[in-house]
Design a protein around this ligand. Structure first.
Ligand code: PLP
Length: 395
């Protein structure tokens, strides 16, 4: 029937499906208001009003055949120019429209980039903790994911030993900044060190090693933290962006890849990305979304609600004795399991109707992820449950 590799994938995705099912069963039993579901990274702040207004304007003002038609596989030229101009204005970069490829969200962009770079057997490095789908995306093209374990002291990129990990088969690294699940923002200093390692390694292996920078949370930062812009630090980078989180549009599937002119093999790379977008079956990013994005390019979600959740959750759980990484970006809190096996801790949490994700699925056992893109009210209501959970471990 279905392929062996897909059988394995279906079996492997059962943890998250099981969590979802358990949440539903719990709600049926104890009432939805008594279930504290921290499992999903679905934005809880509505899209800015300007987004809906832009959709209306596109439908009212633009030619219908044009708006709903095919276009260049890389996207509408004027939309790509608008993305490049916005990046250049905000980050002092020099992108041109032909270095932008509109994509079907970050997931579409990552798959397009990997299809372009990876031959079967090629290696792609991921730094733990990482978004669990990366390994699936790499395997989609016969690539081999190579996991660098987390630096659990700082949760910055673990660069120790990276040079030894890179070999002739290494094609790319995937970096996610700000990070899901840790909430950490990789510093400019970390990126400078990474560039020095890559420059040396590229000479040794004799080909470019591309950093695929996955940045769906770029706009979601707190405490005045800024995310260093990847192309200002890393020469051979492909920047992947998505409006799923920054405009609260995850179901609409819109994002882009941005490639600086300075990368090795720029022309070949852009041609490859454009063909990959087509033959993966995306053909092009959704046209109505592209037209809307042109009108909303500098809009961003109001992060105040996430910030309020973040402060309250971090402070309350830390006070109870839990060890948490202070999140600077995204909308996740990464918490150390009080016992070695975090799956047992997650099961204990369920007894108090708390749903957390075990971080083994992010390549970082011993930790759990709490998505705080939920209502403030739910966080407050969950406090007695967390207190009871804390008492199990810290007497
Ligand atoms: N990358 C990371 C780190 C994510 O957290 C997500 C979604 O949660 C994605 C990529 C996929 O984003 P998109 O909905 O834009 O495909």
């Amino acid at each position: 029937m279905i392929s062996k590799s897909m059988e394995e994938l279906v079996a492997g995705s059962s943890v998250i499906r099981a969590l979802f099912e358990e949440g539903k069963q719990m709600a049926a039993k104890v009432g939805v208001e008594n279930v504290y579901d921290y499992s999903l990274g679905n934005p809880s702040v509505p899209a800015p009003a300007a987004v809906d207004e832009a959709f209306r304007q596109v439908l009212d003002e633009e030619d219908s055949l044009y708006v709903h038609g095919y276009m260049n596989n890389a996207g509408y030229e004027d939309v790509r120019e608008a993305v490049a101009d916005s990046l250049n204005r905000r980050f002092g970069t020099t992108f041109s429209g032909d270095g932008i490829l509109m994509t079907v969200g970050a997931a579409g962009g990552l798959n397009t980039a990997l299809r372009t770079l990876v031959d079967p057997g090629d290696e792609v490095i991921c730094f733990a903790p990482f978004f669990g789908e990366y390994t699936n995306y790499i395997k989609n093209f016969g690539g081999v994911p190579v996991v660098v374990p987390a630096d659990t002291r700082t949760f910055q990129l673990n660069l120790e030993g990276l040079d030894d990990t890179i070999n002739e088969r290494t094609k790319a690294l995937i970096i996610n900044n700000p990070n899901n699940p840790s909430g950490v923002v990789y510093s400019a200093d970390t990126l400078r060190q990474l560039q020095a390692i890559l420059e040396k390694a590229e000479k040794r292996v004799g080909h470019p090693i591309y950093v695929i920078s996955d940045e769906p949370y770029r706009e979601l930062v707190y405490d005045g933290v800024t995310v260093p812009f990847m192309s200002l630090y890393i020469k051979n980078c492909i920047i992947g962006y998505s409006f799923s989180k920054s405009l609260s549009l995850p179901g609409e599937r819109i994002g882009y890849l941005a490639v600086p002119k300075e990368v090795d093999g720029y022309g070949e790379l852009m041609d490859g990305l454009t063909v990959a977008e087509r033959i993966l079956g995306f053909v092009n990013a959704p046209s109505l979304q592209q037209r809307m994005i042109k009108r909303c390019i500098d809009e961003a979600t109001d992060v105040a609600a996430y910030d309020k959740n973040r402060r309250f959750l971090y402070e309350s759980l830390t006070e109870m004795g839990f060890e948490c990484i202070r999140p600077e970006g995204a909308f996740y809190l990464f918490m150390k399991s009080p016992i070695e096996d975090e799956k047992v801790f997650v099961a204990e949490g369920k007894k108090h109707n708390i749903l957390m994700v075990p971080a083994t699925s992010f390549g970082c056992p011993g930790y759990v992820r709490l998505a705080y893109c939920v209502s403030y009210d739910m966080i407050q209501r969950s406090m007695p449950a967390f207190k009871a959970l804390a008492e199990t471990y810290f007497k």
